[in-house]
Ligand binder design. Structure first.
Ligand SMILES: [Zn+2]
Ligand SMILES: [Zn+2]
Ligand SMILES: [Zn+2]
Length: 242
């Protein structure tokens, strides 16, 4: 996620967190433009939205997450606003990729302790990577849970990713390959970013060191050969044991 850059530094360069002058080297976050000094990288709390060390002005959520001023400005806190963006995201994915559900999926905005509890109930180890979203089916109940306080774009990509899992549950009952499940869900999130015109953020997904990244690349390779419809046909074929 981090890159260390070095080289000649223009005199006016300052750390985006502490405002101190940058000497010799600085850090930039993957996909970001702000520069940070080594001391801030080591000692300051990190924003849960973008991973950057936070400056003097930051927000602490009730579940202990910290947000920088920039992420706070675009964070989704209000359940009604979240429900509206959720519906818009689902409609976009349906329209763009044709992924439709016969049975709808409910949505709720949760905090970290609730997310941890939901994952434990679903048999997911609580020490696994902290997740921003979760899809669960219990009997007739289908639910997507998303953390409150995510920056709007992260909220949308999380919804798109989890919606892909909801679609898989309905349409690919025999799909047991976790890597393919996750690679496809990332691919849906990637296309949602492109649909929104966020091509830079979409390309950043391709160079990030995310655990699902290799399988996401494999799905992109299928798209390169067979197109978007070919990817969905592949999922349906594997998911129906064909
Ligand atoms: Zn600094
Ligand atoms: Zn941030
Ligand atoms: Zn997933």
């Amino acid at each position: 996620m981090l890159q260390l850059a070095s080289g000649p530094m223009p005199a006016a360069e300052t750390c985006a967190a502490c405002g101190g002058a940058l000497h010799h080297s600085f850090f930039v976050l993957h996909g970001g433009t702000e520069r940070f000094c080594a001391a801030c990288m080591q000692s300051r709390p990190r924003c849960s939205g973008c991973g950057a060390p936070v400056g003097q002005q930051h927000w602490r959520l009730h579940d202990s997450r910290v947000l920088c001023a920039r992420c706070h400005l675009v964070a989704v806190y209000d359940p009604a606003e979240a429900a509206t963006i959720f519906a818009a995201t689902v409609a976009s994915v349906e329209q763009q990729l044709g992924l439709k559900l016969r049975v709808g999926v409910a949505f709720r905005l949760v905090d970290v302790p609730t997310m941890t509890q939901l994952r434990a109930e679903g048999g997911v180890a609580s020490d696994a990577l902290q997740v921003m979203g979760l899809y669960q089916r219990q009997g007739a109940l289908r639910m997507i849970s998303v953390l409150y306080g995510l920056p709007r774009l992260a909220f949308r990509t999380t919804v798109a990713h989890e919606y892909a899992h909801a679609w898989q549950t309905e349409n690919c009952p025999l799909l047991e390959d976790d890597l393919l499940r996750e690679g496809f869900a990332e691919w849906v999130a990637y296309h949602h970013l492109r649909f929104l015109g966020c091509s830079r953020a979409a390309e950043d997904m391709r160079t990030s060191s995310h655990p699902y990244q290799p399988m996401f690349e494999s799905v992109l390779a299928i798209e390169g050969q067979r197109g978007i419809a070919g990817v969905i046909a592949h999922l349906l074929a594997v998911g129906r044991g064909l």
